[in-house]
Design a protein around this ligand. Structure first.
Ligand code: ATP
Length: 390
């Protein structure tokens, strides 16, 4: 399997067809052709229509890596996320997104089940192992937090009673969630229990498309601080953050027959997804002179340092193989296809310290995003690539 490696990339996962889809009489219209290619067939077009048959019935898409029902959780983890760990413990930020319509397997990929744990736990296990291997020379501290963004409000999934939390910029210019619970356990079983419990706190409501549809974006944040054990030289304290994000369903509000509250949620969900898409679009601009508007949503503000020039970004897009999901699958494939050009320049974020005492300077961010000094001005209109969500 070709891996997204240590860099950025886009993966596509087609989940198994569900019993409900089969009962509806759905056929399979999305197939993985090889390690990278996926084909989607339009179920509405008449296969006997010779004139049109070869023109529009099938569309193929190519990704860094493609999975179908036969892929194990371990395979998906290895090909998409494992390669980010080495960077993380060397001071590079990274972000992994699960994107796709409701019920297509985002939570399955990220959280998974007790028997088939997903990317969260596999990543943390490997991170702790990697840290142990280098702990003779380096001193590490790892902390985790788990939050949701629902209707543009942030809630602590490890302590939901704490109400809505604010984003703040700390003295080093790093965006933090004020008052969030930070956990530093390294026991995998404990972590899984915490995350399962936290996930149950996510705002879920039935939509016509999915009985337990997640209406929020769930964000698992892992912060790694690292310092050389050698105390008699100018030391460097390195910080890096990994965000693993289970996005809310990307489906159109209309498709789920949502009204009132659901529609409002749809608009907010779209606001974050739209802002995310616009940021990715601007970041992937070949000339690098597009303004990246992180301020448009809570999600992109939180991810500012992890999407910019300083980070690796992996998107895992999810689709159903069923004919009944054709429209959504096509929209998702198109969105993911456009996200493919995320190719961020990576630099290491660090602050110097002397004899273990950190200097109170701002973090040195050697690559700044274009236009960053003028956060409220949009210098280039964004391409409207995500209109299918509206
Ligand atoms: N690759 C897979 N293998 C087996 N079962 C899967 C797979 N992907 C998804 N499923 C099952 O499909 C159902 C829906 O998946 P899941 O809850 O992960 O969707 P989702 O995209 O997170 O939806 P939402 O946006 O509503 O939260 C679940 O029962 C899940 O266990």
């Amino acid at each position: 399997v070709k891996s997204t490696g240590r860099g950025s990339g886009v993966a596509l996962r087609i989940r198994p067809i569900s019993d409900a889809e089969q009962e509806e009489g759905a056929t399979t219209v999305a197939h993985r052709l090889d390690d990278q290619m996926v084909v989607l067939m339009d179920p509405m077009e008449d296969p006997d229509d010779i004139l049109r048959a070869n023109r529009s019935r099938e569309k193929t898409f190519m990704f860094d890596v493609a999975f179908d029902f036969s892929a194990s959780q371990e395979e998906v983890y290895r090909a998409t996320t494992r390669g980010l760990i080495e960077g993380l413990i060397s001071g590079y930020n990274a972000t992994v997104f699960a994107y796709g319509p409701t019920g297509c397997g985002k939570t399955y990929t990220m959280l998974g089940t007790d028997k088939e744990p997903g990317i969260y736990v596999r990543t943390l296990n490997d991170l702790f192992r990697a840290i142990e291997e280098t702990s003779d020379d380096m001193l590490y501290s790892v902390s985790m937090s788990y939050l949701e963004i629902y209707n543009e409000m942030i809630r602590d999934l490890l302590n939901p009673s704490s109400g809505f939390l604010d984003l703040r910029e700390d003295s080093k210019g790093v965006i933090q969630v004020a008052g969030i619970t930070e956990v530093s356990t390294i026991n995998a079983q404990e972590i899984m229990e915490l995350l399962m419990k936290g996930n149950k706190q996510r705002t879920q409501e039935p939509t016509a498309a999915n009985q337990t549809s997640s209406r929020s974006h769930a964000v698992l944040q892992v912060a790694v601080k690292q310092q050389s054990r050698c105390r008699d030289v100018l030391q460097e304290v390195r910080f890096a953050r990994l965000f693993m994000i289970d996005l809310a369903g990307s489906e159109r509000a209309a498709q789920t027959q949502n009204r009132g509250q659901r529609l409002k949620e749809g608009a907010h969900i779209n606001r974050s997804l739209l802002a995310l898409g616009n940021c990715i679009n601007a970041l992937s601009d070949k000339n690098g002179n597009k303004y990246v508007n992180y301020r448009d949503s809570k999600l992109t503000r939180l991810l500012k340092d992890s999407l910019g020039g300083n980070s690796r970004t992996v998107m895992i897009a999810h689709i159903s193989p069923a004919s009944v999901a054709f429209e959504e699958s096509r929209n998702t494939l198109t969105y993911a296809d456009r996200a493919k050009s995320i190719r961020t320049r990576v630099s290491r974020r660090s602050i110097k310290s002397f004899l273990g005492v950190p200097l109170k300077s701002r973090c040195i961010n050697s690559v700044s995003s274009p236009g960053e000094e003028e956060p409220d001005k949009c210098v280039v209109p964004h391409r409207s690539v995500h209109q299918h969500h509206l």
